[in-house]
Design a protein around this ligand. Structure first.
Ligand SMILES: C[S@@+](CC[C@H](N)C(=O)[O-])C[C@H]1O[C@@H](n2cnc3c(N)ncnc32)[C@H](O)[C@@H]1O
Length: 309
């Protein structure tokens, strides 16, 4: 099967999943997925994200195994690792035991689900944090009016900018090499902010650079077994409020790799307590205008109306 056939099959597989919103109600997203050649964004050598029985992460080399490489590009649940240890481990050095992944192309199904929750409208101004390969950026350009994408790694930013330029994506996104936790004030206010790296605390710059009613979608670290997708609506004064949506796993932003006690990240004891079966939607996340994060469970919000964050 050629790339277009694999892409169509991947879209159908994503659509058939019952655990997310994916393309539902957003025909533009399906069209974008089918139109953007993901294989153009994937490096010739990537690491498979799961170790083999030898405990090592193996490289899929397009030159050696072109069919396996292309198949991997279009597996709905396969993340492809493109960088380890900020580039200190190179794919040409062969299999590695190092699991400190620092860049990847996220699974197609997760990419689609995050874009679904971002709820892009035509013409939106978008800030993307974590350009990586530029694949997600390309999808954003199919709907948004203006896309600013910020990547902290200079080699990744340059490669993504070159790929997007070569494929002629219009409107041409602005790819910046910078710390996306600071946003990009010159392009603000944004209608939508999407981070494809997880944070432990929502960077205050994001709600400050969003317009009233603007939406932030980001993976947020939780005290549980995974990160969770978080969707916030911004008040236009630097504050934001929203909920968690579903379990995801992402690498952390460079500045938030170090673990921090959840109490120091604003998680109330009730929210941080493991409650088996509690839906993600029961967790409320607020960022005050001063930038302080608070994560509580819904019952606490109801019992403390109007309490400042
Ligand atoms: C999961 S990858 C992004 C995948 C990407 N959206 C794609 O389609 O290929 C996360 C990216 O976030 C970048 N990153 C980490 N911390 C960052 C920061 N503070 N600012 C901007 N980018 C950051 C990493 O270098 C990495 O490329």
């Amino acid at each position: 099967m050629d790339a277009a056939g694999l892409r169509a099959r991947c879209a159908a597989d994503i659509e058939a999943r019952g655990d997310g919103a994916y393309f539902s109600g957003q025909p533009w997203l399906r069209e974008a997925f089918l139109a953007v050649p993901r294989e153009e964004f994937v490096p010739e050598r990537v690491w498979w994200a799961h170790p083999r029985t030898d405990g090592l992460y193996h490289v899929i080399d397009r030159a050696d195994r072109p069919r396996a490489w292309l198949k991997a590009v279009y597996l709905p649940l396969a993340a492809l690792i493109t960088q380890i240890a900020d580039g200190r481990i190179r794919p040409e050095d062969g299999p590695t035991a190092r699991a400190d992944f620092t860049s990847s192309l996220s699974c197609p199904a997760v990419v689609v689900d995050m874009l679904h929750h971002l709820d892009l409208r035509p013409g939106d101004r978008v800030l993307e944090v974590g350009t990586g390969s530029g694949y997600n950026t390309a999808l954003l350009t199919r709907r948004a009016g203006r896309v600013v994408s910020v990547e902290i790694d200079p080699r990744l930013a340059a490669r993504a900018a070159a790929t997007l330029h070569r494929l002629g994506h219009a409107p041409q996104p602005l790819v910046m090499c910078a710390d996306g936790e600071q946003g990009h004030a010159a392009g603000a206010p944004y209608d939508r902010i999407l981070s494809t790296a997880a944070v432990r605390a929502i960077p205050p710059a994001w709600p400050r650079q969003a317009r009233t009613g603007g939406v932030i979608v980001t993976p947020l670290a939780t005290p549980f077994a995974s990160d969770a997708l978080c969707r916030l609506e911004c008040d236009g004064r630097g504050g934001a409020t929203g909920t968690l949506i579903k379990s995801v796993r992402f690498m952390k932003t460079r500045g938030q790799r170090a673990e921090v006690p959840f109490a120091a990240l604003g998680w109330t004891p009730a929210a941080a307590a493991v409650a088996p079966g509690r839906p993600w939607a029961d967790y409320t996340v607020t960022v005050s205008t001063s930038g302080r994060q608070r994560v509580c469970v819904r019952s606490e919000v109801v019992s403390t109306p109007g309490r400042p964050g």
